[in-house]
Write a protein that binds this ligand. Structure first.
Ligand code: SAH
Length: 269
């Protein structure tokens, strides 16, 4: 028995050895939500280019394009030119399998939380084969709770207790720097799921699942829409911790569909 297991382990290590395991900066996008000051967008572009990142997504920026953005970007105009502007956060991250939300302060429901160094390592590990987004919030009030609840992981930059809120571009700089350091380090460690047979599912599919789940829980009267408490937030946290693959998601969707059929039958009895 023991012998068999160790032989299996060998095979797995052999498989992952064949893959390139360096951080893939091309699979990592920086997403700025509702940025007020165009100068900050330029500062972010520069911070990214200095560290070798190039994919910038702007969700409803207040003013873009703008000369202040160009001025602060200095020699990173190409990052601004390639920037994708979207109307919604869903459009910005729909195809991502891993999403990190940054926050300057504690929120109501605790979420898995890491500092930039450890978080960069997690991002680097999934970056060879998954699309990753790192979300940054508004200058005056950060990301909303709903926006933070689409994330797999939260990132907080440790600061002095007196003043925890960094300038937006400086916060981006710190995270891009940590990713850069991992690029310099070479190979990132193997993940326990590197050998998975089915891809991890995307944000878009997860959002469709949550709509289905919420409707079914309402149908079976487990969720009272008049007093939902934090039920959906807690379920979101559960599933984003596990990370479902596409097959697992289809199984859960199938269970929900069958449950709804039984509810319908019971209603018509
Ligand atoms: N006043 C806001 C902070 C906004 S700072 C608040 O209380 O939430 C603008 C953005 O910069 C934040 O949304 C976050 O994306 C990033 N940021 C600033 N300071 C940070 C910190 N200490 N840790 C992580 N992200 C930070």
């Amino acid at each position: 028995m023991l012998q068999g297991r160790s032989a299996g382990h060998q095979a797995v290590v052999g498989l992952s050895d064949a893959r390139s395991r360096t951080v893939n900066l091309e699979n990592i996008r920086i997403v700025l939500v509702n940025t007020s000051h165009p100068g900050n967008i330029g500062g972010v572009a520069r911070a990214m280019k200095n560290m070798g990142l190039s994919r910038l997504v702007l969700v409803q920026p207040r003013a873009f394009p703008h000369e202040q953005a160009e001025w602060r970007a200095a020699s990173a105009l190409d990052v601004l030119e390639r920037a994708v502007v979207t109307e919604t956060l869903e459009e910005a991250i729909g195809d991502c399998q891993f999403v990190v939300g940054t926050s300057a302060r504690e929120r109501r429901i605790p979420w898995p939380l890491l500092d930039p160094r450890h978080c960069a390592r997690r991002i680097a590990e999934v970056s060879p084969r998954e699309q990753v987004a790192v979300l940054f919030g508004r200058e005056d009030r950060g990301l909303t709770n709903d926006e933070l609840q689409v994330c797999n992981l939260h990132l907080h930059i440790p600061t002095s207790a007196d003043y925890s809120s960094l300038n937006l571009a400086m916060a981006v700089q710190i995270i891009c720097y940590e990713l850069r350091m991992l690029l310099a380090e070479g190979n990132v460690p193997d993940r326990e799921d590197d050998h998975w047979d089915t891809p991890f599912t995307t944000r878009d599919n997860m959002e469709r699942f949550y709509v289905h789940l919420e409707q079914t829980l309402t149908d079976i009267e487990f969720l009272d829409p008049a007093a939902p408490r934090q039920l959906m937030a807690r379920l979101r946290r559960l599933y984003s911790r596990v990370r479902l693959d596409e097959m697992e998601l289809n199984i859960l969707r199938g269970i929900l569909t069958e449950t709804q059929k039984w509810v319908e039958k019971a209603r018509n009895r």
